[in-house]
Write a protein that binds this ligand. Structure first.
Ligand SMILES: *Cc1c(COP(=O)(O)O)cnc(C)c1O
Length: 339
């Protein structure tokens, strides 16, 4: 039996067609800027999202780090959601490796950073304070899309104070599909955008950072410093190209399946459905039954992650089909049905 793995959309494995595209990729040494497949991927996303240039990097964490290090100098500060990936889930990299101070901002329920909290957090120009340089947002955040008018307002607020804007767009294309706009319509509010190819898009490895020539030149230097200068990376870039060609529109299927699963779970006494956003379903179950539930689901060939977030998060992706969702709904119903 194939696992139905709902822990994250990072667990997808490259399809046979993606593997074929990787095998056939033209390659060169990317540190010399000579990998044609890497160059094509970078330029394609830059053009699509409205930027000068792109930089292909091993991970979203490195992409966000390079962006912050390119916006900021030592002793600068970035404003970031208190529950944002770039603050909470990246090992403190900006502070540890970039000497950049995070200023976390408590987020509203939809993931936005309230504008008055942003303004209140911006430091005066004074030797006592770090220099506030950049506002970092995340979209989607825990599956939630930031409203387009909020993006405009956050952009205007940041600009009024001379701040740069970075978007952790690990799931930018999920946001674009959910908002029914081209991804560029979201990206245009930012100086830099980081996009993950290894989440719902289904590539095995890689993120792309987009920005101006000046920012991407800086980021390329920091990528080398961080040990991320890679060589014949075109085989990985080919997977990214394949994902962008074939796996963007189908993100809507993941959203549909998540909505369907949420509807089924809502009917089950014992499951508290907290919400469903794009490809993520959040539920609470009685804490005392968590371990037992995990064993029951594993016996049914279903994996969920337990103990990572305070609530349970079920994530749909390329490797979860309608049958997998049915199996999951049935396993939950069986578990809670027997009381
Ligand atoms: C996964 C993720 C990242 C980091 O990507 P990695 O490739 O795992 O380092 C950054 N931001 C968000 C919102 C993510 O979901």
């Amino acid at each position: 039996m194939e696992w139905v793995d709902l822990r994250s959309d990072t667990v997808t494995r490259p399809t046979a067609a993606m593997r074929a595209a990787m095998l056939g990729a033209e390659v060169g040494d990317d540190v010399y800027g000579e990998d044609p497949t890497v160059n094509a991927l970078q330029q394609r996303l830059a053009d699509e999202l409205g930027f000068d240039a792109g930089l292909f990097v091993p991970s979203g964490t490195q992409s966000n780090l390079l962006a912050l290090m390119s916006h900021c100098e030592r002793g600068d500060e970035y404003l970031v959601g208190a529950d944002a990936h770039t603050y909470k889930f990246e090992g403190g990299g900006a502070a540890v490796l970039g000497s950049i101070q995070p200023q976390p901002i408590v987020q509203a329920a939809d993931g936005s950073l309230p504008l008055e909290r942003i303004e209140a957090a911006i430091k005066p120009v004074d030797p006592h304070f770090a220099r506030t340089r950049v506002l970092a947002l995340e979209n989607t955040w825990h599956g939630r899309t930031l409203p387009l008018d909020y993006l405009q307002a956050a952009h205007d607020t940041a600009r009024a104070h001379g701040l740069g804007l970075h978007l952790d767009g690990a799931r930018l294309f999920n946001a674009a599909i959910a908002c029914n706009v081209p991804a560029r319509e979201i990206a245009r509010h930012f100086d830099t955008v980081s996009v993950c190819l290894s989440k719902g898009l289904g590539a095995p490895v890689g993120s792309v950072l987009l920005g101006s020539h000046a920012l991407i030149d800086k980021a390329r230097r920091w990528r080398k410093v961080a040990g991320g200068g890679w060589r014949q990376a075109g085989m990985l870039a080919a997977a990214g190209q394949y994902a962008l060609d074939h796996h963007v529109a189908r993100l809507a299927d993941d959203h549909r399946r998540a909505a369907y699963l949420a509807g089924r779970l809502r009917e089950i006494a014992g499951v508290d459905l907290l919400g469903q956003y794009t490809n993520m379903v959040f539920i609470d179950v009685p804490a005392g039954r968590l371990r037992e539930l995990d064993v029951h689901l594993r016996d049914a060939g279903i994996r969920i992650s337990i103990g990572y977030l305070p609530t349970l998060r079920l994530v749909t992706h390329l490797d979860v089909d309608d049958a997998g969702i049915e199996r999951t709904a049935a396993a939950f119903a069986e578990f809670f049905g027997r009381g």
